[in-house]
Every structure is written in C-alpha cells, then in structure tokens.
Design a protein around this ligand. Structure first.
Ligand SMILES: NC(=O)c1ccc[n+]([C@@H]2O[C@H](COP(=O)([O-])OP(=O)(O)OC[C@H]3O[C@@H](n4cnc5c(N)ncnc54)[C@H](OP(=O)(O)O)[C@@H]3O)[C@@H](O)[C@H]2O)c1
Length: 241
C-alpha cells in the first residue's frame, strides 16, 4: 500500500456521499467513489478530480454479492489496500410507509440495501481493512432509527416510515456488533447521523446542506487511534440508541 490513506465511500455519486468523498479527498486521501450507475459515477469522479481530489470510480451495487466482491478486487488492484470504509448508500423505499399498510417487499428491499448491503460490503472489504494501520468503518445511519428518541414523549420524529426507520435501528445494532467483534483489532466502527439534509432522499426538504451532512462521517473517518468505537454520533455528539 502507498503511504496515502485510501477510502471507499458507497453511494458517493451524489448527496451526502459525494460530499463525504469530497471532504476526504480534500485531505489528500485517495478516494474510491462507489456507485452503481456508470454515468453518475463517472460524472462524480470527474467533478472530484476537477476539484483536486485523487478519485477513482468503483462500480458497486451494495445489494449485489458479486458486485461487492468485484469492488473489493478493484480497490485492491487500483489502490493496493483500504483504510476507511464509509457505508453511506441507502434508499427510503418510497413513502408513505405506515406499518399497517406497508408492502413487505418494500421492507425487504430497504433492509437489503441499508443493512445487508452494509454487511456485504464491509465483509468484502474487511481483509483490506485488517491490513491498514488505522482502519475505520463509518455507517451512515439516522437519528430516526433511535428507539430512545422515537419513544421519548414530547419528541416529534415526523411520520413513521417503518421500513426506512427500522433499517437504521437494525443498522445501529449491526454497528455495535461489528465494534464488539473487532474490538482490539484497531478497527473503529461507528454510526453517524448527518441530520436532516436537503438531498434526493427527502425531495430536498432537508434543512442542512450535503456538506454539513457529511461533516460527522468525515470526523468519524478521521478518528485518532484512541477514538471511540461502537458509538452513534451526530454533529452535537453522542446520539441515544
Ligand atoms: N438526507 C437526510 O436528511 C438524511 C438524514 C439521515 C440520514 N441520511 C442517510 O445519509 C445517507 C446518504 O443519503 P442522502 O441523503 O445523500 O441520499 P441520496 O442523495 O438519495 O443518496 C443516496 C446514495 O445511495 C446510493 N444507493 C442507493 N442504493 C444503492 C445500491 N444498491 N448500491 C449502490 N448505491 C446505492 C444512491 O445511488 P443512485 O444515485 O444510483 O440511486 C446515492 O448515491 C443515507 O444512508 C441516508 O439514509 C440522510
């Protein structure tokens, strides 16, 4: 591996993922731009390179086993290793998603991308991460997945998108389990909440910019070796589970 830090960001072609890639690229890191659509991926890579980042495209559909395996091979070939994985890609599955009427196929599709996709990509990349001096895994989650916030009287978390919301609760549980298994290996694993950010995901109704939304993931991607693991954070600090 070269002396440079190498990161892979999933769903990096737009929104918060793009800004995470841009922020890590601005640190002088080599950035793999994980994206499933060739045109959108190429456009993002070109834009990042124009801004001075050392970016390369990584074809990656997080819902596909073969794609994740091929992405790991490509990163190994192009970069020789991996230090930081940011699992950012996600879907909402479309709204409304009321628990009593939701199509089970929607729940399945959302969990496939938002949770199993993270497990699939993480496990494909783990052999490289284990070879890094300061490996980090950041799972981009959401405070809507916080059972504590959801059940605290007086806190209004908005409508109940049951598949999306529960996928983030599930993802947080996955973060904790990875952190526990990987404790002592130097691999720090944390969940990040970007806050309500104006992106395609919510029809640009969010109040934060994608750059603001990217900040917490960038912070967790650049944690010192004695940084936290198995936590859930936003810009304000720890988020309750
Ligand atoms: N926006 C918010 O207010 C907010 C709040 C809390 C948490 N988050 C989280 O922040 C992260 C980024 O969301 P965003 O707001 O930036 O949304 P976005 O603009 O819709 O971006 C989502 C990204 O995920 C990619 N993606 C979806 N399914 C994929 C798959 N199967 N394989 C590979 N890539 C896939 C999309 O690629 P395509 O372009 O190909 O669809 C896109 O690049 C998500 O984890 C989201 O849950 C967002």
């Amino acid at each position: 591996m070269s002396g440079r830090t190498i990161a892979l960001v999933t769903g990096a072609n737009k929104g918060i993922g793009y800004e995470i890639a841009a922020g890590l690229g601005a640190l002088g890191w080599r950035i793999g731009v994980g994206a499933r659509d060739r045109k959108r991926r190429d456009t993002a890579v070109e834009k990042l390179r124009a801004a001075g980042a050392d970016a390369f495209g990584v074809p990656l559909d997080v819902a596909d086993d073969a794609s994740a395996a091929a992405a790991a091979e490509l990163v190994a070939d192009r970069a020789g290793g991996l230090d930081v994985l940011v699992n950012n890609a996600a879907i909402t599955g479309g709204m409304p998603q009321t628990p009593t009427t939701v199509d089970p196929a929607t729940v399945r599709a959302v969990v496939e991308t938002n949770v199993i996709g993270v497990v699939r990509v993480t496990n494909a990349m783990l052999p490289m991460l284990r070879g890094s001096a300061s490996p980090r895994i950041v799972n981009v989650s959401s405070s809507v997945g916080s059972l504590t916030l959801q059940t605290t009287p007086g806190i209004d978390m908005g409508p109940v998108p049951v598949a999306y919301l529960a996928s983030k609760t599930f993802l947080n549980a996955v973060t904790v389990q990875y952190a526990k298994e990987l404790s002592g290996t130097g691999i720090l694993v944390n969940s990040a909440c970007p806050g309500f950010t104006a992106t395609d995901l919510n029809g640009f109704r969010g109040v934060r910019t994608p750059r603001q939304g990217a900040a917490v993931a960038i912070r967790l991607a650049t944690l010192p070796d004695d940084g936290p693991t198995g936590g859930f954070f936003d810009d304000g600090g720890a988020v309750p589970w």
